[in-house]
Design a protein around this ligand. Sequence first.
Ligand code: CA
Length: 387
Amino acid sequence: MKITSIRSHVLQCDMPEELGYSQQYYAKRTAHLVEVTTDEGLTGWGECFGPGNVALANKAIVERVIAPMVLGMDVLDRDVIWHKVYNLLRDHGQKGMPIQALSGVDIALWDIAGKSAGLPLHKLIGGAHRTDVAAYGYGMMLKRESVADHVARFEDEAAAIIGMGFSATKMKVGLGARDDVRLCEAVARGAGEARFMVDANHAYTTSDAFYVGRALDELGAYWFEEPVAPEDHDGYRELRAGLRTNIAGGEAEFARWGWRSILENRGLDIAQPEVCALGGITEYLRVLALCHAHFTPVVNHVWGSAVAVATNLQLLAAMPPLPGGLHPWEPMLEFDTTENRFRDELLAEPLDIQGQVARNSGRVTIPTAPGLGVTPDLAFIEMYEVR
Ligand code: CA
């Protein structure tokens, strides 16, 4: 079965309101889907991490750089294709956009492999260790409003997200260390008995991260995500050694060689690989093995459309317990509670994560149809595609 075409679809729309995290405000939602077709009529879908104009640049890499390398190759030769592309792009980007672009292509090849075998992806990988997974809801984004307004809104929103049925919630910080502590206190109040996590999107110096982290130790936060720049391995190691709160990160790391470095650095309590960025499923499985070889639990980073969510549900199903037990540590599905029609309306049969969470005590079922287990609606893609 040969690859006959590789096409990118960048979807974009205006969001109902502008939202922010520690690095920027944004008012547009983007998703970058990859569609691979074969000479036997099977089509596969993948997704590349990367918002806004990054998605448009990645589209050019998918269609003009990667596609010419692999058209005509056997679609089932995923690992051969991965290494051909990686080796030819090594001189031009071992991390970042070339690998994000490769990720979407690789995921689409896995989707086809599953459809070709008539098996869901988790079965292809080795079976389901769980048939459903707990979801945590993130929200509490930054807005152009006062600190006091943030504080009031964050407390209400944390309570609302837990009220929707999510088993935990995650907030953004980024107003500055002192104000951020007030936000964390508000979320701790709003979340009540439920777990809460804090995502800094690498906004802090190490000393500011310690200031916030010591407050999180007192508040009982479950994890402190991307406290410092991903390149700051020393900062990560010092924070992990000096704080009780779990240090999480890794969404901005790529491929096994980058992950080897951050794992050997011993700076992470919880690893957050992003399958749509780090090199696709083929590479995710190697990174997962590396994480587990370091006894570092994994909670996948999830961003993007329903294709990314379905991919992650499959991977979460296939994730072995670490270290195992009667009541083992369990991963969670990351879920963005802000409006995202590319997730909620892309599929012919929507995953309805929010509905599942509300009905099933915060748990989401793993799709069982072949491949990723979901089918994008072509008319919907047509409506939002950037040309
Ligand atoms: Ca994050």
